[in-house]
Design a protein around this ligand. Structure first.
Ligand code: PLP
Length: 406
């Protein structure tokens, strides 16, 4: 049984007040709060177990290396990767996608080659591909969402042409909450020999992920949305793709040998992990993923689906509220504007006065904003510790906004 009140007690920050009101934290899409076990793990690592990894022969270096490397296995288990070596650890999704762009895509793409993207991508899954457009004349092919904000796999597959070299698509939209059937996209793309990168920054938070079942080539996650520390993360890179990659960044740890006129690389995944990594962040991420797996991703997803239904029941019929993204199977992420003059920033400010934390702006998804004909929206994004009472607090605060601005 999913006991949300007990779970909330694991997150110390949820007990605080903001502006004299109990905190209602609905900005999980930007970054999630941390359970005490993660905070303790970070404290413990710095207090008792800290040293640099991979390099030393002394006790603490071995201990830190053991703890750090164990996380690779935890991430592999979390994503059901075929081997821990397919996990490249990094600072988050942005670094993961840039790794793929620089180390895999750039060396193999030429002017006129195409990358297929959806209009609902986060800038982290847009800007690295613009680098290839600017530098190498690679063409970005955009696939639109339908009127509900869904992305039917056929639309993506229909965009594949003879010059398509990659599909880069989100698993779950950070604005609309739309889930994407990436498994069908991967199956269709594979038949045409096109690799697929999945931006799992949001997807891995809201549903169980099995990269082998999905059949993707790359899957990027970010630790701070997974209830882990900021600056932690990983990208799953299928073995065959790793073999095609040159290194991304150069430095310590990613080489086998360096001579004055010659260099040999370490084997993957170290080949893609230059320099001292986020040791403690990554150790914290391992604990966060264990915490999530103990709760059960299916249980979390069921809880969030119930919240999603409850939000819908509360906002259905509020004709002054425009919600972007109405697919039935969406995750509990609600972006909205109000009829009338209220700017998203004004909405967020009023909500904040009531203790309700939401995000306002373009959500790093400018092409999607353009698609909806808006410059900004407010976004309430729910997590594993949110409650129906918090949905009520959100709706009460929105009604206040409507009274003020409507
Ligand atoms: N992709 C999506 C869908 C996101 O929501 C985010 C963060 O908001 C990112 C990528 C970038 O993640 P990070 O800033 O942790 O690298």
């Amino acid at each position: 049984m999913y006991d949300v009140e007990r779970i909330r007690r694991d997150f110390p920050i949820l007990g605080r007040e903001v502006n004299g009101q109990p905190l209602v934290y609905l900005d999980n899409g930007a970054s999630a709060q941390k359970p005490q076990v993660v905070i303790d793990a970070v404290m413990r690592a710095y207090s008792h177990e800290y040293s640099n990894v991979h390099r030393g022969l002394h006790y603490l270096s071995n201990l830190a290396t053991e703890k750090y490397e164990a996380v690779r296995g935890t991430i592999a288990r979390f994503l059901n990767a075929g081997a821990a070596e397919e996990i490249v650890m990094n600072s988050g999704t942005t670094e993961g996608i840039n790794t793929v762009a620089y180390a895999w895509a750039m060396p193999r793409m030429e002017a006129g080659d195409e990358i297929v993207l959806s209009v609902m991508e986060h800038h982290a899954n847009i800007v690295p591909w613009h680098f290839l457009r600017e530098r190498q004349g690679v063409v970005l092919k955009w696939v639109d969402v339908d009127e509900t904000g869904a992305l039917p796999p056929e639309r993506v597959l229909d965009a594949i042409g003879p010059r398509t070299r990659l599909i880069a698509v989100t698993h779950l939209s950070n604005v609309l909450g739309t889930r994407v059937d990436v498994k069908s996209i991967c199956r269709g793309a594979q038949e045409k020999g096109v690799p697929v990168l999945v931006d799992g920054s949001q997807g891995a938070v809201h549903m169980p992920v099995d990269v082998q079942d999905i059949g993707c080539d790359f899957y990027a996650i970010t630790g701070h949305k997974l209830y882990g520390p900021s600056g932690s993360g990983a990208v799953y890179i299928r073995k065959e793709r790793q073999a095609e990659m040159r290194p991304f960044m150069g430095g310590g740890d990613m080489i086998r040998d360096v001579k004055k006129d010659e260099i040999t690389w370490a084997d993957p995944p170290m080949k893609f992990e230059a320099g001292t990594p986020g040791i403690v962040q990554q150790i914290g991420l391992g604990v966060a993923l264990d915490y999530l797996m103990d709760l059960g991703l299916e249980n979390v997803a069921r809880h969030e689906a119930r919240l999603c239904d409850y939000v819908r029941s509360r906002i259905d019929g509020l004709n002054w509220l425009n919600v972007q993204g109405t697919t039935p199977d969406k995750a509990a992420i609600f972006s909205f504007t109000l009829n009338g003059a209220a700017h998203a920033h004004d909405i967020s400010t009023v909500l904040d006065k009531k203790g309700v934390a939401v995000r306002a702006g373009h959500h790093c998804a400018a092409p999607l904003m353009e698609r909806y004909g808006i410059t900004a929206s407010a976004r309430a994004s729910f997590g594993l510790y949110n409650t129906e009472a918090e949905v009520d607090a959100l709706v009460d605060a929105l009604e206040l906004c409507q009274d003020l601005f409507g």
